[in-house]
Design a protein around this ligand. Structure first.
Ligand SMILES: Cc1cc2nc3c(=O)[nH]c(=O)nc-3n(C[C@H](O)[C@H](O)[C@H](O)COP(=O)(O)OP(=O)(O)OC[C@H]3O[C@@H](n4cnc5c(N)ncnc54)[C@H](O)[C@@H]3O)c2cc1C
Length: 286
């Protein structure tokens, strides 16, 4: 196995594209190293991207935020202005693992591990985040909801990797929230995850919303019907009921020892409603 730690995006893409065997990006390693030790993956080449500056910085861009793919959850937590703009994204990243894991785990790794239960992915999707990919043919942007195609399946071409995420500018009175259900209090994989981002007008009515659900389908879902169910409302009880129903209708979960199909569908509605109420409360005071 060969280990490389290039300092530019272009050399990382060239290394990945030139490898004939299996090539993997190394970010925090909290998924990759576990999988290598369990013989689930045996890469011929590992490309560590943490020496590439762009992947390690958080910067303001065009009124929004650009977050490097190899920025860790712990680093996001230490960024007060980002946390103020996107509390849901930061809280989702900070649900990943323990304090030790958060010092390593990155947003890019969480997305590219390809798990439908990845905690930061619903939050990034509700944020309308766009992933900037780089590969041997150059760069392209892809909405986060289009990066993952199914479990362990990504829309990345040979030699492509995620360099950063762009979170759009925030209109006034906007906020977001992410909630998950796990059987334990921490260090567990989401049985259901729900993210909601919304904007309210001066009178408190919702003018825009995005809703995303994790762990209820082979990929993390952007549920446009659930968002449509609350736009125009003040999230009164009928709107909450519509949101719950739309969220549940979108679910096609597995049935396993951690949660039956019925349970996951039920919880998806409850979490979507609760996340929307938190996001609304935050938006009204934003
Ligand atoms: C004890 C423990 C607890 C955990 N708890 C949680 C949890 O609560 N919630 C949760 O969602 N996850 C959890 N995880 C899983 C893991 O920590 C997260 O998925 C984490 O975000 C992965 O990030 P990483 O930087 O460590 O990725 P890595 O392990 O470095 O990479 C993961 C995969 O993505 C690929 N990759 C990484 N970065 C990129 C990139 N920029 N472009 C293209 N491909 C890339 C790698 O090649 C690899 O296949 C846990 C893991 C452990 C060990």
């Amino acid at each position: 196995m060969r280990y490389e730690a290039p300092e530019t995006v272009e050399s990382a893409a060239a290394l990945l594209a030139g490898e004939t065997g299996e090539a993997r990006i190394l970010a925090g390693g909290t998924d990759l190293l576990v999988q290598m030790r369990s013989d689930i993956v045996e890469p011929a080449l590992i490309v560590d991207i943490k020496k590439i500056r762009e992947t390690r910085t958080v910067t303001e861009e065009k009124g929004g935020w650009r977050i490097g793919a190899a920025v860790t959850g712990a680093e996001l937590k230490e960024h007060p202005r980002l946390k103020q703009a996107w509390p849901g994204v930061v809280e989702a990243a900070n649900l990943i693992g323990s304090t030790q894991i958060q010092g390593r785990a990155t947003l890019g790794g969480n997305l590219c591990n390809g798990s439908p239960a990845a905690d930061s992915v619903p939050a990034l999707i509700t944020a309308g985040a766009v992933a900037t990919l780089a590969g041997p043919k150059g760069r392209r942007d892809l909405p986060v909801e289009d990066v993952m195609l199914g479990p362990r399946q990504l829309a990345l071409g040979k030699g492509e990797f995620v360099v950063s995420f762009l979170l759009p500018p925030r209109p006034p009175r906007s906020s977001d929230a992410y909630l998950r259900f796990i059987p334990r209090t921490e260090m567990d994989i989401a049985v259901v995850g729900a993210g909601v981002s919304l904007t309210v007008d001066a009178a408190g009515a919702i003018t825009a919303a995005r809703v995303s659900l994790g762990a209820v389908a082979p990929r993390v879902l952007l549920v446009t019907e659930a968002a449509a169910a609350i736009v125009g409302s003040r999230l009164d009880r009928p709107a909450q009921d519509r949101l719950e129903a739309a969220a549940r209708a979108a679910c096609a979960p597995i049935d396993d020892k951690r949660g039956t199909t019925e349970f996951r569908i039920q919880v998806a509605g409850v979490l979507a409603r609760r996340a929307a109420l938190i996001a609304l409360d935050r938006a009204r005071s934003a």
